[in-house]
Design a protein. Structure first.
Lengths: 311, 486, 311
């Protein structure tokens, strides 16, 4: 009897194991074997003619020395603060806007038009920040930009947009959301498309208004996805979209107090020295913080509803 | 579950070790068969590279028992690619290195290059004879030389470059123009005499003010200098000097007078301005007869005037070098090849211009002209070691290389030529300083902001970041080095 | 039967629609946002058709007075490289996306099954890799020294094949849209895991698969990093890599022109492509991929379950 149960269980487990095999193998080869490299951040890495591995082992262990530049001076804290604030804005605002767009698009009367809109808002995703910066420059250029031309024709003074820091948090948050809304909305759209239409019909028959339908059917269906995506974003809360903060403000010095984030700070710091230990340390730092935050958030979510947690 | 996962993690670490610990297979060791020298160089990859190097290999097989293969990586990615290749321990023989790509200092510090002193004596004697010794002085680290510099112009020679059309139009005499202040009267006249879309000073975000009274002590991104002439060897911050402040005030004055574009500090290049030809003066690094090359390429007649006496410092001597990797399978043959590049005109011209009859043809004793197919093989000549044994083109003056020699001999050396700074103890501070420098430099040096206000801000930030500590460390190491020079 | 299906369709439309007033307002808001996304792209296209001299004299503008095909002509002269890269990019995108869908699909399905004994383990295994990464160099060593895949087409396909983010999203999608009752009834009918996966789960979760397929397509099409690391053979380069090379070269020249002697700097500057050529490259490299979105859009529809459960 027990053997039969065991055999049945095995019968179910084995196909699943086979299914998981290719992916697991890939993760092993591409992620876990190289993970050894995490150690680089703690070493004063010197090359050796016997190859990378020998170099790694024979290099001097320097503990947290390579991490110091991430905490030294108020500059480092400023960029950390910037990174956190921008990412929080993106997570909160970005999610809300993407969800709102997705719901709105799914409910438009003219679905043909909705499909067109979907394609349109996706376009920014394809443009590299360099190209977007050319475009922005047409508007913001102090010499011949459109915005300044308008200001002059209205009688005001032209503003040197690339040196006035106060406008840039707004610009950057807008541009960041602008670029990713289409992409994020797609995920939610796909989910909404998967909701059984029968629910809506039943609700309508019961006399529910559109808002009630949205509140009680649509939103609960996508809440799990929102949670997953938010948790994943929290995991990357110390990573920034490099192009957005470097190319778009044209690497302009006076704007650094509001445009310098961890990734740009690290890039500028290591540009001349290319210290492989320091760059590994920086990557590890970003990863560890993200990891801790995800674990905490996931624990919180588990308290509320354990089904919805990431794991 | 956690236990299972930790076991798994341990397993993958052990797996890593087992897979990699077998060490790298070095390149085929020296044996009687032909050895293939793998050479990484910078530049846009060309179609005919393989053909040219096949031809070359026939010659080198005979002469040094080795064939040569050159692989080029494009300008923007050369450093990145070499970083990965070097860090992963992938074997190769020769690589291009300098202060601004595949950084020489960093690579030497990390142990990527072989010290060449002995090799030069055994397999590179010809090279030692032809290269100006000041080159070697500038690249010596810890009493060893780790690369062979290209024999070209030795020092920095900065000039004010004028658009001849406007010089003639206003009958300017530019022979005595040296400092930035000297430009004032001419700029005023030109600005008044030309239309609003004319830009007297052509420059971009990298436009910088020089102060020839001082010499930079350590690499780019730092403001530390010593006096050039009086040899007290006291390390200073250049932004604290009166000369720099004067220059900054002058250029800020020019900015407010509209002599350059308002967005110069964020401008990426001057390509459009150059093409429009509506400019009067700019700054440039120069070499003998450069006006022929550059004037032709810009399609604008150029005249120039020196800013100061040319000088040689570490960065100018490190402008172009070839190094031998520690992972090389046959350093002796690699050195022998580099020796050929420095002493054998046949080899140097084959690598530099291509195959005679296919890519170029002889027009005279040492003169050549390019053929149709030359488009399939164009490599950056300055990376290829000894320039002085290359052929001249028809419109080059016959005494071009003599002039180069003269120029090199006339360069005055920087007081800190040969001083190499060990960054380890202050690398954190330097990282922060690099950020600050990026933040302030374009705006201060292009005159966009008020120098008195901004320099004060800058100095304060440098101070907060530990600038004094770095300065003290530099002074210490400098003093120690000076003691060994006596 | 058929007639009631049609009437359900008609009623479905009404159940989801917005009241007229809201419909119009929302239409306008979305349309404006959509416009802000499309205009920059139009701008790029316009620049690519503008005459170079006109730009030099007047800067970028939406209404150039002089048009020209020179940028495209210049690119077509470079000729065979572009065709080659198109071929490579298309192949890696299609093959990569298909492979990825299979591997990710299997993995996500397996970890979405509650009775899979190793579910938590493999979920965490996947998730952990999102936080910690060995870095560029160890991965490079795995690819070149372990797998010997340098300068092969696999170097362009394999590194992007599995993405932990996609796995987790698809898993969430499965758990949200595939009801347990369906799986159970399939099991009672004697279907194995593979059959369940192919015949039941896939049809229901088409929108989810379409989303992941879309993202994969974009990932592969936009990638240039793998080419940078592993490819020297010009016949294996991708489109985006070509574009990136131009950008990187430009950035390099800007930062280093002052470091070079008099003769060298002009050599570099000679290679800067005109701005119109750059824009034309952008159009050619990103143009085709825009079609990807409409292509996958048609899968964002409700799957075919309704009858099954009700029955």
């Amino acid at each position: 009897m027990i053997n039969k149960i065991k055999r049945n269980m095995l019968k179910r487990q084995i196909p699943l194991l086979i299914m998981i095999l290719p992916g697991a193998l890939w993760l092993l080869i591409y992620n876990y074997i190289p993970m050894l490299g995490v150690v680089i951040g703690f070493k004063d890495f010197k090359y050796s003619r016997k190859g990378f591995f020998h170099a790694l082992f024979s290099s001097e262990w320097v503990g947290f020395d390579n991490f110091k530049f991430l905490f030294h001076t108020r500059d480092a804290f400023l960029v950390t603060k910037n990174t956190l604030l921008y990412n929080l804005s993106f997570i909160i605002l970005g999610t809300i806007i993407a969800v709102v767009f997705a719901i709105a698009l799914s409910r438009l009367r003219n679905q043909r038009l909705a499909k067109l809109y979907q394609t349109g808002i996706f376009l920014p995703y394809f443009m590299s920040w360099v190209v977007v910066s050319y475009f922005l420059n047409v508007f913001l250029n102090p010499e011949y930009g459109y915005l300044n031309n308008i200001l002059i024709s209205m009688g005001s003074d032209p503003i040197n947009w690339y040196t006035e820091a106060e406008y840039w948090p707004g610009f950057l948050i807008f541009m960041g959301i602008w670029k990713n809304t289409g992409y994020s909305a797609v995920i939610y759209l796909a989910t909404i498309a998967g909701i059984d239409k029968g629910y809506y019909e039943a609700a309508m028959l019961d006399g529910a208004s559109e808002w009630q339908q949205i509140k009680h059917i649509t939103i609960p269906s996508i809440v799990p996805l929102i949670i997953v995506l938010t948790l994943l974003s929290i995991g990357r809360i110390f990573n920034a979209d490099f192009g957005l903060f470097y190319q778009l403000p044209k690497n302009s010095g006076p704007l650094y107090p509001v445009t310098n984030v961890l990734d740009t700070y690290i890039y500028r710091a290591l540009k001349y020295t290319g210290d492989i230990g320091m760059s590994a340390a920086a990557g590890l730092y970003q990863a560890v913080v993200g990891c801790m935050l995800i674990l905490i958030s996931n624990r919180l979510v588990t308290r509320i509803d354990s089904e919805k947690a990431l794991f | 579950m956690k236990k299972k996962f930790l076991v798994f993690l341990a397993f993958s670490l052990i797996l890593s070790q087992a897979l990699f610990a077998n060490g790298q297979n070095e390149k085929q060791t020296a044996d009687e068969d032909l050895y293939e020298i793998l050479w990484y160089n910078i530049g846009t990859p060309q179609k005919d590279t393989e053909k040219v190097f096949e031809e070359l290999s026939k010659y080198t097989a005979e002469k040094i028992g080795a064939t040569v293969k050159m692989v080029q990586f494009d300008w923007g990615e050369y450093s990145d690619r070499m970083k990965v290749i070097t860090a992963s321990g992938e074997p190769y023989d020769i690589a291009f290195t300098c202060s601004w790509a595949n950084n020489y200092d960093v690579n030497v510090e990390r142990g990527a290059f072989l010290p060449l002193d002995d090799l030069l004596k055994t397999h590179g004697q010809g090279t030692l004879d032809v290269i100006n010794p000041s080159f070697f002085k500038g690249i010596t680290i810890n009493n060893s030389v780790y690369a062979i510099p290209a024999n070209k112009e030795l020092g920095w020679w900065e000039v004010w470059l004028f658009n001849e059309e406007y010089v003639n139009k206003y009958n300017f005499d530019i022979s005595e123009v040296k400092s930035i202040q000297d430009l004032a009267p001419m700029l005023e006249i030109v600005k008044a005499g030309e239309s609003a879309d004319f830009t007297p000073i052509m420059g971009d975000s990298q436009f910088g003010i020089d102060t020839p009274e001082y010499a930079y002590v350590i690499g780019p991104g730092t403001p530390f200098v010593v006096d050039f002439d009086n040899t007290d060897y006291k390390v200073k911050n250049i932004y604290e000097t009166p000369e720099m402040m004067d220059n900054l005030i002058t250029i800020h004055d020019y900015y407010t007078k509209g002599y350059m574009r308002k967005d110069i500090a964020t401008l990426n290049n001057t390509e459009e301005l150059r093409k429009s030809k509506k400019w009067f003066v700019t700054k440039s690094h120069w070499q003998p007869y450069a006006e022929n090359l550059i004037g032709k390429s810009w399609d604008t007649p150029l005249v120039y005037s020196s800013s100061y006496i040319p000088y040689a410092d570490n960065s100018s001597t490190q402008g172009s070098m070839q190094a031998i990797s520690v992972t090389s399978g046959n350093p002796e043959k690699s050195m022998a090849f580099l020796n050929l590049m420095n002493t054998d005109p046949y080899v140097r011209n084959l690598v530099g211009f291509g195959i005679e009859g296919t890519h170029w043809e002889k027009k005279g004793e040492n003169v050549i002209a390019t053929l149709e197919d030359s488009k399939a093989y164009q490599v950056p000549g300055f990376t290829l070691q000894n320039l002085l044994i290359t052929h001249l083109f028809e419109d080059d003056p016959a005494d071009k290389w003599e002039k180069f020699q003269e120029f090199n001999d006339s360069c005055r050396p920087s007081p800190v030529l040969g001083f190499q700074f060990d960054r380890t103890s202050v690398k954190t501070e330097l990282a922060v300083l690099a950020n600050i420098f990026e933040e302030f430099k374009p705006f201060m040096q292009t005159g966009t902001v008020d120098p008195e206000e901004y320099v004060a801000k800058y100095l304060k930030r440098v101070d907060e970041a530990g600038g004094a500590k770095v300065q003290a460390e530099i002074q210490n190491q400098l003093n120690a080095w000076l003691a060994t020079q006596k | 039967m058929k007639s009631s299906k049609i009437s359900i369709l008609n009623r479905k439309k009404k159940a989801m629609d917005l009241p007229l007033g809201y419909n119009v307002t929302i239409n306008i808001i979305i349309a404006l946002f959509c416009l802000s996304c499309v205009i920059p792209f139009l701008f790029i296209i316009i620049i690519s058709f503008t005459d170079e001299m006109f730009i030099i004299e007047n800067g970028y503008t939406f209404f150039p007075k002089v048009l020209s095909l020179n940028a495209y002509r210049y690119i077509s002269e470079a000729g065979s490289q572009l065709f080659q890269s198109y071929g490579i990019t298309i192949f890696t995108t299609v093959a990569g996306t298909m492979l990825s869908l299979i591997v990710i699909g299997f993995y996500s399905y397996a970890i979405s099954r509650k009775e899979f004994k190793f579910r938590k383990f493999f979920t965490f295994m996947c998730f952990f890799t999102m936080l910690f990464n060995g870095g560029m160099v160890p991965t490079y060593i795995v690819m070149t020294q372990l797998l010997h895949l340098k300068d092969t087409i696999w170097a362009l396909i394999l590194p992007l094949m599995v993405n932990a983010w996609f796995i987790l999203i698809l898993k969430t999608y499965f758990t949200m849209t595939v009801p347990d009752s369906l799986i159970d009834s399939a099991r009672i009918d004697g279907a194995g895991e593979f059959r369940t996966f192919f015949q039941i789960v896939i049809p229901i979760s088409l929108p989810g698969f379409a989303t992941i397929a879309l993202f994969n397509t974009l990932n592969y099409w936009n990638d240039w990093f793998q080419s940078l690391l592993y490819i020297t053979d010009p016949s294996l380069t991708t489109l985006q890599y070509l574009l990136m090379k131009i950008e990187n070269n430009m950035e390099f020249m800007i930062n280093n022109a002052s470091n070079l002697g008099g003769g060298e700097s002009y050599l570099l500057l000679q290679n800067i492509p005109r701005s119109t050529t750059k824009m034309a490259m952008v159009v050619l490299c990103t143009g085709p991929i825009i079609l990807a979105y409409p292509f996958f859009q048609r899968f964002f529809i409700k799957g075919l379950t309704v009858g099954a459960i009700k029955g």
